[in-house]
Design a protein around this ligand. Structure first.
Ligand code: GDP
Length: 296
């Protein structure tokens, strides 16, 4: 499970603090040094770690904390609050258009889990009482269209496709007419990814964005890729001004650096977490729950 090594180390550190009773400034600083090491080992961005520790130190090394009856608990509470803030504070919902259809555009590198996440999101919206339409806009990856059609069949949800020799901008535009004539209130647009960020992919995504003006652009990134995921997110956000992030493969043994750095570096919140290969494996991302899970 993601964060298991980080959680173990932090819980060790805090158990020592809790056992101490009264704390000196030196005790707190020593504990924070351990927290810092644990975060760096979890592949959290260096600058993010530095700022994070500084904030906690400012709050924790002071009379109020030292003189409280349970200073250890007090320090843990501060770490918990700051960790929650680091991941965005509170959960963030996706935008729903007041005039249907709501258009959600999924972007991301190939292999990040974009198509799977499109299916998972469709399932979730369907369960929430929406009528989603999946749109096969990845015309380059062999089998991407078929993959989406299979997901649609399994979910019993419509899939709009114009084959793989159509222009993705035309597909995106065409899906709006299709949605209105088929009573679909939400369009989930799968788009093409590449193995690496390239100019052509970005230009195409920009053209789709300009053509259909999505209500929500969700960037799908793979938690297993750590700081690479953060760099990828930064790049996509600079070009497309994304609205939120879907962090996939949180069920793997990723160290957690991406989850803890991405909001601070890009300013964009993680909205969903992918927690497995099955269509039900998508969770709304709750920074408070995630933080509590890490701190035990
Ligand atoms: P795309 O190229 O970005 O559209 O990627 P796919 O949706 O085809 O996913 C790539 C691989 O990652 C597939 O084998 C998926 O089953 C797998 N995958 C996607 N999301 C998750 C997740 O949250 N957890 C796990 N374990 N695997 C995932």
């Amino acid at each position: 499970m993601i964060f298991s090594s980080l959680a173990e180390k932090l819980q060790d550190t805090f158990n020592k603090l809790k056992g101490k009773g009264k704390l000196s400034e030196k005790d707190v600083k020593a504990a924070l040094k351990e927290v810092k090491m644990a975060l760096l080992e979890a592949d959290v961005n260096y600058k993010v770690v530095k700022d994070f520790i500084k904030k906690i130190e400012e709050r924790a090394v002071g009379n109020e904390v030292m003189e409280s009856l349970t200073p250890g608990q007090h320090v843990i509470k501060i770490v918990n609050e700051e960790m929650q803030a680091l991941m965005g504070g509170s959960k963030e919902d996706i935008a729903i258009s007041s005039e249907p259809p709501t258009i959600i555009m999924m972007v991301g590198l190939q292999g990040s889990g974009k198509t799977t996440s499109a299916g998972k999101l469709a399932r979730k919206l369907d369960k929430d009482g929406k009528n989603p339409l999946l749109v096969a806009g990845d015309v380059y990856r062999p089998a991407a269209i078929r993959q989406l059609q299979v997901l649609g069949e399994r979910l019993d949800l419509p899939v709009f496709s114009m084959g793989d020799d159509s222009n993705p901008v035309d597909i995106a535009k065409g899906s709006i007419n299709y949605a209105s004539s088929h009573n679909c209130d939400t369009i989930i647009l799968d788009t093409a990814g590449r193995l690496h960020i390239d100019q052509e992919m970005m230009e195409e995504l920009e053209s789709i964005k300009a053509a259909v003006d999505p209500d929500e652009i969700l960037l799908v990134v793979d938690a297993m890729t750590g700081q690479d995921a953060v760099n990828v997110a930064k790049n996509f956000d600079q070009r497309l001004d994304v609205d939120g992030i879907v962090l996939t493969k949180m069920d793997g043994d990723a160290r957690g650096g991406a989850a803890l750095s991405i909001k601070a570096i890009t300013g964009k919140p993680i909205k969903f977490a992918g927690t497995g290969e099955k269509l039900a494996d998508l969770e709304t991302f709750h920074p408070d729950r995630m933080s509590s899970r890490i701190l035990g």
